[in-house]
Write a protein that binds this ligand. Sequence first.
Ligand code: NAD
Ligand code: MG
Length: 380
Amino acid sequence: MKRIAILGSTGSIGTQTLEVVRENGDIEVLGLAAGSNITLLEEQIRQFHPRLAAVWSEEKAIELRTRIADTDTKVVSGMDGLIEVSILKDTEILVTAIVGMIGIRPTIEAIKAGKDIALANKETLVTAGHIIMPLAAEKNVSILPVDSEHSAIFQSLQGNEHKAIHKILLTASGGPFRGRTEEELLDIKVEDALKHPNWSMGQKITIDSSTMVNKGLEVIEAKWLFQVDVDQVQVIVQPQSIIHSMVEYVDGAIMAELGTPDMKLPIQYALYYPHRRYLPGERLDFYSLGRLEFEKPDMRTFYGLALAYEAGRAGGTLPTVFNAANELAVSQFLNRQIKYLEIMEIIEDCMQAHKNIENPTLQQILDTEAATYERINSRR
Ligand code: NAD
Ligand code: MG
């Protein structure tokens, strides 16, 4: 039996991880953590019998404790609770499916405790990759990518030497607004931005996909996971999301992973790496597919992607500013407090105002996050 814990078990990746667990039948779930959906968390506790469950607010934790008083699951709360789930004795893998840079501290603590990380939580690597990757190497811990593109790259790297990598070809669907001009983005409503053409995901990443900021985060994520320069990562729009990403080697050979869009594949691959398991679901049929299309991304209209390259190249605290500004701007957009294009304006403004700190400590990253929020909140 493999033993795991999941941060963000009630979300899109979290629930699909539990489906993979259910379908395989040989993984034990020792810990679950969620934000506020205690109804779903209660169902998960009754089905998977974890030793420990964490909820963000103590108020909800109290309610959950009453609801599951007949079970053996202990309920904890807050950051301490998240960390307790992350370092649970006996777990081999922590699945980080929480959204946002709140995942940094639990991820670091899990690595220190020797847990392998199945990483979906890209914001953590974007902001603290320079701390996480060396720490993982020191602790002999694997960081297994769950993000579909990074899983595809990871799969395309198997059996090849790192020094033979020439380029990473990171594919993007282009999102629901591909081909639109800036003018055509002026009046985008929350409902429009939440319609992704190929993937069904959490709200934050769905908005990020529409602005291409998600692809920008993924460029920086790839830099850390695969130890390449951001300028070795080329974004290619592949609207059908069939090619999940590729690696170009020094001899010109290109390796890719293709398939129907289904997050269960990268989740399962991370959980069982290096083994492959049967996965039910729709298979790619090239006869009915007919053709694949490719485009260059429009980095002038979707300049959040260009800003990500700038942040990734500079390193230091600039990627934290890029990420934190986006996190708050997206939540303000979802709350209908700002207009769609203001998301990118806010990121640019915060980045321009920032004085970069090289090789920041965890505290400096968290301070930069707070300062970025403060700047945005004092905008009006
Ligand atoms: P989601 O919004 O569906 O789920 C987020 C989860 O995190 C929920 O369980 C929520 O309860 C939990 N959470 C949020 N704040 C919390 C807090 N303070 N304490 C404890 N738990 C908290 O998000 P998602 O789409 O599943 O994405 C999760 C992560 O995976 C993100 O970093 C995203 O970029 C990445 N990712 C997602 C997909 C996808 O298909 N959904 C694909 C690639 C990468
Ligand atoms: Mg992705």
